[in-house]
Design a protein around this ligand. Sequence first.
Ligand code: HEC
Length: 337
Amino acid sequence: MRISLLVLYSIAAWFSLFWINGILTWQLTPGGWTDDHRVWSGFFNASFWPSLVFRTIVALTIASLVACIVINTMHEFSREQMRRLQNRAAMLLSPMLFMPALGIWFLWVIPSDSRSWVLGGSAAMTMFMSIAVGASMLIGGYAVAGLIRQRLYINGATATLLTALAFGATAGGEFVREGVRKPFTIREHLYSNSIKPEEVQYLRKHGSVASDPYPLKDAEKYPTDQLRLGAAVFRFQCSTCHTIGGVNGLTHLAGTWTTDQKRMNISKLQHTKAFMPPFAGTPAELEALVQLIEWNHAGAPADWRVGADSKSLDEIETWLAEAGPNAHSDKPMETHK
Ligand code: HEC
């Protein structure tokens, strides 16, 4: 009875992996769905299979390591019995041998800009990827050399350490998997800030927050209407990935830039950092955002100027046009610095 329940539970758990894997991989490589909009063409997309098998192996690895911890708590067994049980559980670690090939397969089918970030283009993503690969190699090496070939006994502390390493590798891998999807939620269809690529031109002309019905939190703390506009634009277009003064905060990232640098780099957002979607608002909205960053950088004083004459607004307009309405990845790499 207990065993059948466990088997049932494992199957159900694996199917939750199966479904979620289809959704997550579709977000990164929507592939055939782009043409026919059929659910299954999206579900069984290019990165579905390498990701499914890879995740299944990760699940087996963690299960096997946790089993080694649990075995250590079963004091009714002799040490020799524990060792034999552990060596049996460790067999579940052997599929780890296929991980490098599956990893390469996955990298092969994802979009080339996503791949380039992991392979050096983005320091954070490359680092997390290296941690995931390094930790997996340590676990795999220990599994093959110690548990499978030499049939060692593994004590509770070592098993716990290896499990922690496996969770670390998983966390690193998940960070990278989320990261490489930027600036999209659904590749080519929906940006991370919920703006659709085909809406960008319209919003640049008519304003991104002109019909935003939601009141600002603490609207009265801003000394000018322009700053309130900037705050609404920030909330709509930037706040999915940035804060103003905290984690990935705009005042830290752009606070030291000159006013014109801010105007230009935000106009060309998708080329400033390819993780970002194009700016999708009017020049006046962009200027409001620049003022918001400068006001915050100045310590949010009670009085603030109203920024931008018509010459700077024209300049912003030119920069927006130069940057184009598409994500960086939509254009050939050679045309950008
Ligand atoms: C999809 C997520 C995302 C969105 C949306 C986004 N950004 Fe970013 N932005 C990032 C990431 C990631 C970085 C890199 C941070 C780093 O280098 O540490 C970044 C960096 C920046 C930088 C620093 C660039 C540099 O060269 O150092 C600025 C300025 C910036 N963003 C402004 C904005 C503004 C303004 C908006 C809204 C109009 C915005 N971002 C929307 C993800 C995003």
